[in-house]
Write a protein that binds this ligand. Structure first.
Ligand code: 8DG
Ligand code: MN
Ligand code: MN
Length: 359
């Protein structure tokens, strides 16, 4: 027999990494509202609140039905009082006053516009907001000091605001493959991030690169960017060297989603017609072969899914997970893995395929 709604709710697990979260779900009218409040909390430097709203939204994304009344929410995890109040108002009145006034607020709109600039984080955007600046144009008009990334961010603002389509991501994939093959035959390239999870648009295109012979991948990034540069395909790039050392970055280090791979944050020039082109954000990451499974898991996302995986590992399994390794604090050893499936198994989690990690 078909489980009723309450039984379905009881099956919803607490951690997002224990659940299947498809890309398309039944409760966007609620999750979009909760995510506005999450984003606003982030703009106000309130991480706890931001994550709480995001977790609440994520639970609703995993439901196999549309929420119709508050009864449907009984026995669901992660729904705090505030989230429930917002949901109740939307179910009863069609919208939430708090969400709508946040959406319309000067601060929210300015922070969205300013943090939407490549190279600008919440801190910087908040400082500018308090100085009365509201948009990229305001930065130019008032002659703000910008670093190289921010200059590119302002210069290509309009292009970078436009979603990248899967078709564009495929063209970029071909270019990246050509570049990597030219400088290191035998290298493996994987499309990561939202596109690996099945999204049909993204804010950028993410790639992970490795080579089966460990060591061959060292210093690969400058070779790739030189090749791209020579072809006139790069509008901006900033490469950071690999700085991971197991001894120092392992168990002792606080879990953090920033990893230490050789990486490049870039802006590609993409030909879109015979006389038209656009700027596209591209992230390139190089991983040693022995860390490839961890890097793959770490760069697939979603951001909340990653966060929940690390929280699960630490709180439930006394392990420390990063994009480099999995460390077992009880046995005092690193758990080696060649595939994502093995990592889920070490963590005692059912394997969740990328298309269902849209938490
Ligand atoms: P989008 O681009 O379509 O908007 O979505 P996305 O692909 O999911 O987001 P993203 O911002 O491009 O991030 C892709 C994944 O990469 C995400 O799960 C988080 C991960 N990621 C970063 N930066 C870092 C980092 O410094 N270290 C690690 N391990 N992962 C990172 O974005
Ligand atoms: Mn992405
Ligand atoms: Mn990215």
């Amino acid at each position: 027999t078909k489980p009723n709604i309450d039984q379905t709710a009881m099956l919803v697990k607490t951690y997002a990494c224990q659940r299947r979260t498809p890309l398309k779900h039944h409760n966007s009218f609620l999750t979009e509202a909760l995510e506005i409040l999450s984003q606003n909390a982030e703009y106000n430097d309130n991480e706890g609140r931001s994550v709480a709203f995001r977790r609440a939204a994520s639970v609703l994304k995993a439901l196999p039905h549309r929420v119709k009344n508050m009864e449907d929410l009984r026995s669901l995890p992660c729904l705090g009082d505030h989230s429930q109040r917002v949901i109740k108002e939307i179910l009863e009145d069609g919208s939430s006053r708090e969400v709508e006034s946040t959406r319309q607020s000067d601060q929210f709109q300015a922070m969205k516009a300013l943090t939407g600039i490549f190279g600008v984080g919440v801190r910087t955007a908040d400082r500018w907001f308090r100085e009365g600046l509201r948009s990229p144009d305001d930065l130019v008009r008032t002659g703000q000091q910008l670093n190289r990334a921010q200059q590119a961010g302002v210069q290509y603002y309009d292009d970078l605001q436009k979603p990248v389509t899967k078709a564009e991501a495929d063209v970029i994939s071909d270019i990246v493959e050509k570049a990597v093959r030219a400088v290191l035959p035998g290298a493996e390239i994987r499309l990561m991030g939202g596109f690996r999870r099945g999204k049909d648009v993204g804010h950028d295109v993410d790639f992970l690169i490795t080579h089966p012979e460990e060591g061959k991948e060292e210093g690969l990034m400058p070779k790739i960017t030189n090749w791209l540069e020579e072809q006139g395909l790069l509008l901006y790039e900033k490469t950071t060297r690999n700085s991971y050392l197991e001894k120092m970055d392992g168990p002792a280090r606080a879990p953090n989603n920033m990893d230490r791979f050789e990486r490049c944050f870039s802006i590609f020039k993409l030909q879109t017609g015979s006389e038209t082109e656009r700027a596209v954000r591209v992230d390139l990451v190089v991983s040693p072969y022995s860390q490839f499974a961890f890097a793959t898991l770490g760069w697939t996302g979603s951001k909340l899914f990653e966060r929940e995986l690390r929280r699960w590992a630490g709180q439930e399994k006394h392990m420390s997970l990063s994009s480099h390794a999995l460390y077992d604090s009880k046995q005092n050893l690193y758990l080696r893995a060649k595939t994502e499936e093995e990592i889920f198994a070490f963590l005692d989690l059912e394997f969740i395929p990328p298309s269902e990690r849209n938490a």
